[in-house]
Design a protein around this ligand. Structure first.
Ligand code: PGA
Length: 258
């Protein structure tokens, strides 16, 4: 059994003070729920990580970076290393988000280097893959996913595959309000699991959590989380408000309990 995991990707939103307020609201909304069998991760901007780590002690929330540089240190103005994230208290890091790939020139090669750097520092990567609308319309979705997974996870051991989180995020669904249908998400997730089995072995592939991202909302999470190979969500817009994020997590856990 894989424990479902929900990650809030705040992107370039929220200060340290905002992060503290969000965590307090999250705690208030979830205090009567008991220990849910679900993992919760929050990825604030770099400047809010320390405040989020401090505020989330004892709340069950783990903190993630949204990106990292693959070098350990050096003359890389504006960059943050895996060790720095780890020292600030982060446990996870998002790597290869489509906004990084599309707006900041990230490639499968840089994703691979970042995954290696994250592992070396003891961070767990949340590796994002997904096709553009053009690629989907050309019928290339599964080929693109193969390339991104093969290249991005090159060199990972089976144990590391088992521990990391793979996020299927169709680029056309991110921030557009248009989520993948259950059939589209199901096809991609099942394909990803099959490839992980082929490339890294069944035992490890079956432990790896594959989450869906792209316009996840309280009213569409149940159709997605009901799918066999969907183990949670990476939530952007709907995570900015603690109330809607908690509602997503609650609806998903209710669906899974059925
Ligand atoms: P969205 O973003 O939920 O706003 O579509 C998801 C993501 O970019 O991770």
């Amino acid at each position: 059994m894989r424990t479902p995991v929900f990650a809030a990707n705040w992107k370039m939103h929220k200060s340290g003070l905002d992060a503290v307020a969000w965590v307090r609201e999250f705690e208030a909304l979830t205090k009567d729920l008991g220990a849910e069998a679900v993992d919760v991760i929050v990825a604030p901007p770099f400047t809010a990580i320390a405040a989020a780590v401090e505020a989330s002690h004892g709340s069950g929330i783990a903190i993630a970076g949204q990106n990292l540089h693959f070098e350990r240190q050096g003359a890389f103005t504006g960059e943050v290393s895996a060790e720095m994230l780890k020292a600030a208290g982060a446990e996870f890091v998002i790597i290869g988000h489509s906004e990084r790939r599309q707006l900041f020139g990230e490639t499968d090669d840089s994703v691979q280097r970042k995954v290696t750097a994250a592992h070396a520092a003891g961070l767990i990567p949340i590796v994002c893959v997904g096709e553009t609308l053009d690629e989907r319309e050309r019928g290339d979705t599964l080929t693109v996913l193969d390339r991104q997974v093969r290249a991005g996870l090159d060199g990972c051991t089976g144990d590391r595959i088992a521990a990391l989180i793979l996020a299927y995020e169709p680029v056309w669904a991110i921030g557009t309000g248009k989520n993948a249908t259950a059939a589209e998400a199901g096809e991609a997730h099942t394909h990803l699991r099959r490839r992980l089995r082929e490339w890294f072995g069944g035992v490890h592939a079956d432990r790896c959590r594959i989450v869906y991202g792209g316009s996840v909302k309280p009213d569409n999470i149940q159709q997605l989380i009901g799918l066999e190979d969907v183990d949670g969500g990476l939530v952007g817009g709907a995570s900015l408000n603690a109330d809607s994020f908690v509602s997503i997590v609650q609806k998903a856990t209710a669906q899974q309990a059925r």
